[in-house]
Design a protein around this ligand. Sequence first.
Ligand code: SF4
Ligand code: SF4
Length: 484
Amino acid sequence: MPRFNENITEMPLKHSKYVYKLRQEYNGKKYTILYERLLMNIMFLDEESIKIYDEFKAPLTMKDVAKEVGGDEVESLIKTLTNQYFLVPVYDNEQWKVDEIVSNSHVPKVGVSYLVVTRICNLRCKYCFLSYSKENRTTMSIATAKNSIDQIMEATIESGVMNQKIILYGGEPFAAQRTVLFTVEYIRQKEKELKERKRLSRDVKVKIAIISNGTLIDEYIARFCKVNNVTMSISIDGSKELHDRNRVYVNGRGTYDDALRGLKLLQQEGIEVTASTTVTKSNVDSLEEVTEHLVSLGFSKIGYNILMAENIADPEIKQLSEKTATALLGVYEKYRNRNILIHPVVKQIKSLYYKNFQWSDCAACSAQLTISPEGKMGVCQAFVNDTNQFRYSVTENSNLFSIVEESPLFKEWRKRSPINMDKCMECEAIAICGGGCPYNAYYSTGSIWNIDYMFCSYAKSIVKWGLRDIFQRVMQREGANSIA
Ligand code: SF4
Ligand code: SF4
């Protein structure tokens, strides 16, 4: 990060092109929140100070401004604005800011591994992206599961990562119970063996998670998950009435009661269960009730999935995207002091509060790989029917880590961050957004490099809300002392 060594009194300064301004009132007075949207610096300026900042619309030196408005305070303000990079020397094209983010990004290559253990699902949810195919009901064979785990563990060792999360996914994973039980036991056996032989450090955490609709979970499965330290994510869309509108069996019957029975069995075993809830037209207007209901069921982590936009020209989609953002923020605000984690909001808010540039919102743009039931590897599970994406075979002899490291497909996905997307460079949310879901972008526009419309609208609302929230909190705590 350059410190401008020259005497800044003499140096012509200009506005940084990465500054975002937000007007705000407090106790009847007007303020401006200045936000440097790449480095994530924040300053609050009162009416006098913003006038001084605005002087630099055309390049000026501090001397020029001091001549006009004068005083030590003005000098000190200009120095702070320069040190925080809201003002930059006229010669600075600010490319160093982008370069610094890219070089500090340390995008991990492995760490999240999806195994799509089966294409079979006992449900026919109305918004499912894995559109059900009668022809393809493949379940992962034991040999493929074994090869996959062997390769994932080798990749963990080779890459030196300290966390490996293996996620069993479907269809409905428990529709392939034999494969699931084998895979989970094999992961734990392999982990133990590698640690005993000191090939894998004892400090490496190998986590297993299963994403399930909950309806096939019985006492045996719940006990098995507990013994093998498996965490679960269960899809629940809210009350019975809301859930059963979309999440139905083949014959159209609702699945709420059966999902809840599975959930209770897991909870009785003391297993960590996250709710996975899709925000749709059906539940967006009642997201607070949905959350209250999920909390009453014992969830303390709720992952809201933002629905993908099929047709971004549809005015209903625009309305839904705005409603989704407002509803998620409302829920986050209500529950943040009750130890209930509302995803994805918590991620973007943390990124803003801790000044942590969010490279990607989804692990597929960093550490993720996915293996299909047929033993083909790609990046994202949503593309599992796409043979161009799932083009690498996982066999006894393949070297999974070198594929992940070298292949153009994985390299392209690891690059997909708003900082590498022209469409995002002007955006106020660039540092907290992470670019949403590339699959959603692909689904609605044909390219992962386009914008995930629904997420984009959500992220822009979050950054404004977050900046205002920081302002309010700081003002309540420190009052006018925090104002430049
Ligand atoms: S691209 Fe979308 S569907 Fe695929 S892993 Fe990422 S968030 Fe999930
Ligand atoms: S996806 Fe949208 S919100 Fe996110 S950085 Fe790009 S333009 Fe901004």
